[in-house]
Design a protein around this ligand. Structure first.
Ligand SMILES: Nc1ncnc2c1ncn2[C@@H]1O[C@H](COP(=O)(O)OP(=O)(O)OP(=O)(O)O)[C@@H](O)[C@H]1O
Ligand SMILES: [Mg+2]
Length: 213
């Protein structure tokens, strides 16, 4: 069993850190929260709904609407510009009406301070700028929750702080941001955290810890 006896709630609008050594189950836990990995016992409730009862297709549609995902290695498509990368996320999710795509791309890029770079390819951007475009892509459908697995893990410390500050601002504006980090300083800026070891919670500071929802 990869995860065991895990029970926690993520408060709306929190900046929620998941900590723990390599192999402790952090990515597995995020993948369960996004419905990418399935769980065979227990329950995950998201905005009052149980996730486990959906088909793969339903889950993918659900994800497009409710969750924005940010990866450690940005995962931008190298042949598309910043703007086209964000646009593709809108097309794939089918949540926002086509007539609003242009406006939505612009507002997402503006939100992360990357509007001036809209026509650049990823290779023409720094790591921190690429990650900001990736955050714009995650924001494009205006999901209530952002999930980020080591979003600053591939950035130097100055860029890591810039990118993290952006996530912090998004949480202050009402998004719920769940992130994995190895960086103690960034973990300390969370509003709530859990620490994993061998698939279990060994330490937690969250307003809702222990309340299974
Ligand atoms: N697809 C898989 N099949 C089987 N075991 C897996 C799979 N993915 C991960 N594991 C195992 O599950 C455990 C948790 O892995 P996970 O990737 O969640 O760790 P992590 O905390 O994210 O580590 P890291 O900090 O290195 O990213 C590890 O023991 C790992 O070997
Ligand atoms: Mg991991």
């Amino acid at each position: 069993m990869l995860l065991d006896d895990i029970s926690f709630s993520v408060p709306d609008g929190s900046l929620f850190a998941i900590n723990g050594p390599s192999g402790s189950g952090k990515s597995t836990l995020l993948n369960i929260l996004t419905g990418i990995d399935r769980y065979d016992s227990g329950s995950v409730r998201f905005l009052g709904e149980e996730l486990g009862q959906r088909s793969e297709n339903q889950m993918a549609r659900w994800r497009g609407k409710h969750v924005g995902i940010v990866f450690q290695f940005f995962q931008l498509l190298p042949t598309l510009t910043a703007k086209e990368n964000v646009l593709l996320a809108l097309e794939l999710a089918g949540v926002v009406a086509r007539k609003n795509w242009e406006k939505q791309v612009e507002s997402s890029l503006r939100q992360v301070g990357m509007l001036d770079y809209a026509n650049r390819l990823p290779s023409e951007l720094s790591g921190g700028q690429q990650q900001r475009v990736a955050i714009a892509r995650a924001l494009a459908n205006d999901p209530p929750v952002l999930i980020a697995d080591e979003p600053t893990g591939n950035l130097d410390s100055k860029m890591a702080i810039q990118v993290f500050t952006l996530l912090e601002e998004l949480a202050q504006q009402g998004k719920t941001v769940i992130y994995v980090t190895h960086d103690r300083a960034l973990a300390a800026r969370s509003t709530d955290f859990i620490e994993l070891l061998d698939g279990r919670i060994i330490n937690a500071s969250t307003r809702a810890y222990g309340k299974a929802v």
